[in-house]
Design a protein around this ligand. Structure first.
Ligand code: ADP
Ligand code: ZN
Length: 522
């Protein structure tokens, strides 16, 4: 089968038109060009290599990191009448034999292959004997240690350019941070090839962020609003145990809930994936191990129970919602602990200092977005080099613009109390001191004698928590200690705030209890 891209698009895939930059990319690759394609999850990357592979003579070879992803794509292509197959470690002897024969006989048009298979000398040799239409490297960020999903086996792909210089290479990814992009181009010898950057905007996904307060109730309310009862939803959980707890709880409430994490048996994972892909209304409580290669178009919502790994990871994860273009929603819940835990994880990791600096930067960008009082989508898309001309109108900051109030005075009180108590205590104790609670601990340390004792009676516990989180996010406070009993310490960045040189503006809602108390007193 070979021919004109538009005809192939109609006849094989049944779509009337290309989307976004697909037409341009398909034309370039069909003409024998190489390139890097940057598009969000759900942006339509697959057609960018599938159509050219079908239009060009020879076999198209697609490198893909996940067996489930390969199998789904192959099954879909076969249904559309394309001679496709997959070669990976999950095949038994017989299946592998059949694929090998089809390959040798020139019966295949598209071959999906895992990077470790492709690296085997035998595989490369067999491919070298065939006429090749192109190489597509899907999830190309996996080749880079800068990216958020590095896979060492991808490094073998650097040989493609040397070994098959005549064959076009298309790399595709939804990650677009500049360093990862440079790294991909370098390693796949694409430095002279064009970069096709699609728009990363997914305007149908409503983005909301909230301080985690009572996660169970918050998620329940969100699901109520986001779900029409027909689509699916994903809850990303911070741990494997949490996925199981969350699913169990939802089941008790009558939802068809599943859980998924990398610690499960492969067959159980596969069963959960199948169940999710079935089209039934299900809720999946999962770690980030779930999602790559899941192509269910009617995922109506994605929720995060804690801070994701960075803006790119977050966007990729919420991008699994609303692939059908219909309204979809994303909700992110986070707390101060998340920021502190993430910082500590970076600090204590064995990574090189340059890597740590990048990781801190990535976290800073994420924190800036979740703490923002202005359009979140604009900030998020800026991480992908997309500049929105105006606010999106479909994020919580746009829909319910927070009113900002000056909380500088309260912030200074909090920082002073942390300082006066010696930077050796958790937030609970510091708040007790501020609020003038004569607890046993306050007494035993003599903290009721401090000048800061009782100076914060007018601010409620919850509001102190929000102020502390904001100061943590700004880096004016940091958490130390063993994680179980975190202690708060003031940093250099606290100085300008204490001196009154830098104001602290907080959302009114975060201080609501705080604002009410003094008014009542008056
Ligand atoms: P990505 O790999 O970028 O995450 P996919 O290639 O899986 O995205 O495409 C996402 C969805 O959009 C799929 O359901 C696909 O069939 C659909 N799609 C892609 N391109 C088009 C198009 N030109 N017209 C209609 N639907 C499309
Ligand atoms: Zn917005």
């Amino acid at each position: 089968m070979s021919g004109d891209p538009r005809t192939v698009l109609h006849d094989v895939f049944g779509f009337p038109d290309f989307r976004g930059r697909q037409a341009e990319i398909v034309e370039h690759v069909t003409g024998g060009g190489s390139g890097l394609v940057l598009m969000p999850t759900g942006g339509g990357k697959s057609l960018c290599y599938q159509v050219p592979a079908l239009c060009r003579p020879g076999l198209g070879v697609v490198v893909s990191p996940l067996i489930a992803l390969m199998e789904d794509q192959v099954a879909a292509l076969r249904q559309q009448g394309v001679a496709a197959a997959a070669l990976h470690s999950g095949l038994d002897e017989e299946e592998r034999g059949r694929v090998s024969r089809d390959l040798a006989n020139g019966r295949l048009k598209l071959l999906y292959v895992s990077p470790e298979r492709l690296a085997l000398e035998g595989t490369a040799e067999r491919l070298a004997r065939r006429d090749l239409a192109l190489f597509a490297v899907d999830e190309a960020h996996c080749i880079s240690a800068w990216g958020h999903n590095f896979r060492p086996e991808y490094r073998a792909l650097t040989m493609l350019a040397e070994r098959f210089p005549e064959v076009p290479r298309v790399a595709l990814t939804a990650t677009a941070d500049a360093r990862t992009v440079d790294d991909i181009r370098e390693r796949l010898s694409l430095t002279d090839a064009p970069v096709f950057r699609g728009s990363f905007d997914r305007p149908n996904i409503r983005i909301e962020v909230a301080a985690r307060d009572n996660a169970t109730a918050q998620i329940a309310a969100f699901m109520d609003e986001a779900d029409d009862g027909r689509g699916a939803g994903i809850i990303y959980c911070p741990s494997r145990a949490e996925t199981e707890r969350t699913a169990a709880r939802l089941k008790k409430e009558g939802f068809d809930a599943l859980h998924y994490h990398a610690g499960m048996e492969a067959s159980d994972r596969r069963a959960a994936e199948r169940r999710f892909s079935s089209g039934d209304p299900v809720v999946m409580a999962a770690t980030i191990a779930f999602g790559m290669g899941i192509d269910r178009p009617d995922v109506r919502w994605v929720a995060h129970l804690s801070l994701p790994g960075g803006p790119e990871a977050w966007y990729q994860e919420i991008g699994r919602a609303g692939r059908d273009g219909a309204p979809a929603r994303a909700m992110l819940l986070y707390g101060a602990e998340d920021i502190a835990v993430a910082r500590r994880r970076i600090a204590e990791s064995p990574a090189a200092d340059t890597q740590k600096r990048l990781d801190h930067e990535r976290l800073d960008r994420l924190v800036a977005i979740v703490e923002s009082a202005t359009c979140r989508r604009r900030l998020l898309l800026r991480c992908f080099g997309d500049d929105l001309e105006k606010d999106c109108g479909n994020c919580d900051a746009c829909l319910r613009p927070p009113r900002l109030v000056d909380a500088t005075e309260a912030a200074r009180k909090l920082l002073s109390a942390v300082h006066r108590t010696g930077g050796r205590f958790g937030l609970g104790h510091v708040v007790d001191v501020l609020r003038g609670n004569r607890t046993e601990k306050v007494g035993s340390f003599g903290h009721d004698g401090l000048s800061v004792f009782g100076i914060g009676r007018d601010v409620a516990d919850g509001a102190w928590k929000n102020i502390a989180r904001h100061l943590l996010a700004r880096g004016a406070l940091e958490m130390a200690g063993d994680g179980k009993f975190p202690i708060y310490q003031a940093t250099e960045a606290a100085r300008p705030i204490l001196k009154g040189a830098q104001p602290v503006l907080l959302q009114e809602a975060a201080l609501r209890d705080a604002a009410r108390a003094p008014r009542r007193q008056r």
